[in-house]
Design a protein around this ligand. Structure first.
Ligand code: SF4
Ligand code: SF4
Length: 377
């Protein structure tokens, strides 16, 4: 059995596994989800990441942490800034989270997704004082934030408070997107540990590689899957503390943990770095929509299945013309009224999208392409 790799977590005094379990994509079977969390802990994963807004994730995580498992993990969860309408609301939601998780304290408490609106709200309702007060009460042990925002906004927030950690989106396609590698280094240089989310861009990088990418991987002497290369690019960076992955099956969990068995920093050779550069260029030359499937944009008032349509389109782009994708679009989404042509262009989803995707512009183009694509005979 391969051994987990651990690192110090900034100045917190915690020691964390470099692989962290993202609790956002649990399997629908609750008992299986509980087994998965416990299996991860038994294999040495000690960082768990959940959030108030991840459906029933906190409740399931809380169940998994009964029977002595709670003391074996660093438990991270997040304040639902969207729901906050007063200073008192911060503690009200934290208390609900403690109850759901069946614990009397959160090890790492994050202000969730500090986009511009949420950051303004944190300042309006004095969310930073709330964090200090909760730390003094012992309800939270360490203070952090997660973010999908620009590098400039990230720097401003980093400099505004005595943060003990931060969580950013980073993967081989987002090196210069959002906080990016520059943001990672900015935080790390200030002694703030960084947890990585979306290492596979919402699963997009875990799927079948486009032919150009597959050819590069096949020709390289070292045999690794695209997913392994994506994780390796991240754990190679010494500034990365924990890489979160939200596995949905036990097999995925075991595979992910195995990949992290050699997750020491500075392990990549120059040739490997060159391969990653080529993979990135190959992806950038094939059109795809940078949707992570987070579903923050839902529900669409017109009923468009926004993330499903983007996922289907990306799949179609990988193996054009893919009859399954075309069939699904025309015979399922069109028939159910969830296709791109139902979009009224209201723009509500664009304001909510952490990736800044312009759905009102993208959807008509996707619709046209999928309707005009010839069905293979
Ligand atoms: S812009 Fe279109 S897809 Fe987005 S919320 Fe409005 S109707 Fe729905
Ligand atoms: S369109 Fe944006 S908000 Fe909606 S699922 Fe994709 S990434 Fe998330």
């Amino acid at each position: 059995m391969k051994e987990m790799v651990y690192r110090e977590f900034g100045k917190t005094g915690l020691r964390v596994s470099r692989f962290g379990l993202g609790c956002m994509r649990f399997p629908p079977d609750e008992a299986e989800a509980v087994r998965m969390v416990r299996r991860a802990i038994e294999r040495g994963v000690n960082y768990l990441d959940t959030a108030y807004v991840y459906g029933n994730s906190e409740t399931i995580t809380g169940k998994a942490l009964q029977d002595g498992y709670r003391d074996r993990v660093v438990l991270a969860t997040k304040s639902p800034i969207w729901n906050i309408a007063s200073h008192a609301d911060f503690e009200k939601y934290l208390d609900r989270e403690l109850a759901r998780l069946g614990t009397d304290h959160i090890d790492v408490y994050l202000l969730h997704n500090l986009n511009t609106d949420n950051w303004n709200k944190v300042r309006r309702y004095d969310g930073l004082t709330f964090l200090d007060k909760m730390a003094a009460k012992g309800k939270i042990l360490h203070k952090g934030f997660s973010l999908h925002n620009t590098l400039a906004a990230f720097r401003e927030i980093i400099d505004a408070f005595d943060w003990e950690m931060t969580q950013i989106q980073l993967n081989i396609l987002d090196e210069e997107n959002q906080a990016g590698v520059e943001g990672l280094r900015y935080a790390a240089a200030r002694g703030i540990p960084v947890v990585i989310m979306e290492p596979l861009r919402g699963g997009f990088l875990a799927g079948d590689a486009p032919p150009a990418v597959a050819a590069l991987i096949d020709a390289f002497p070292e045999r690794r899957s695209l997913m392994e290369w994506c994780f390796r690019w991240l754990y190679d960076m010494p500034e990365v503390s924990v890489v979160l992955s939200g596995t949905s099956t036990m097999a995925q969990l075991e595979e992910n943990i195995d990949i992290f068995a050699d997750a020491a920093p500075n392990v990549m050779t120059a040739a490997e770095r060159g391969l990653l550069r080529q993979i990135r260029e190959a992806f950038e030359s094939s059109p795809s929509v940078a949707c992570t499937g987070c579903a923050y944009c839902l529900p669409c008032p017109a009923g468009v299945a926004i993330p499903d349509i983007f996922k289907l389109y990306n799949s179609y782009q990988l193996v054009k013309p893919n009859p399954v994708d075309i069939f699904m679009y025309r015979n399922v989404h069109m028939a159910e009224g969830t296709a791109a042509d139902s979009c009224t262009g209201c723009g509500a989803c664009q304001d909510l999208c952490p990736q800044g995707l312009a759905a009102p512009e993208l959807l008509p183009l996707i619709h046209k392409e999928l309707m005009q694509a010839p069905m293979p005979g």
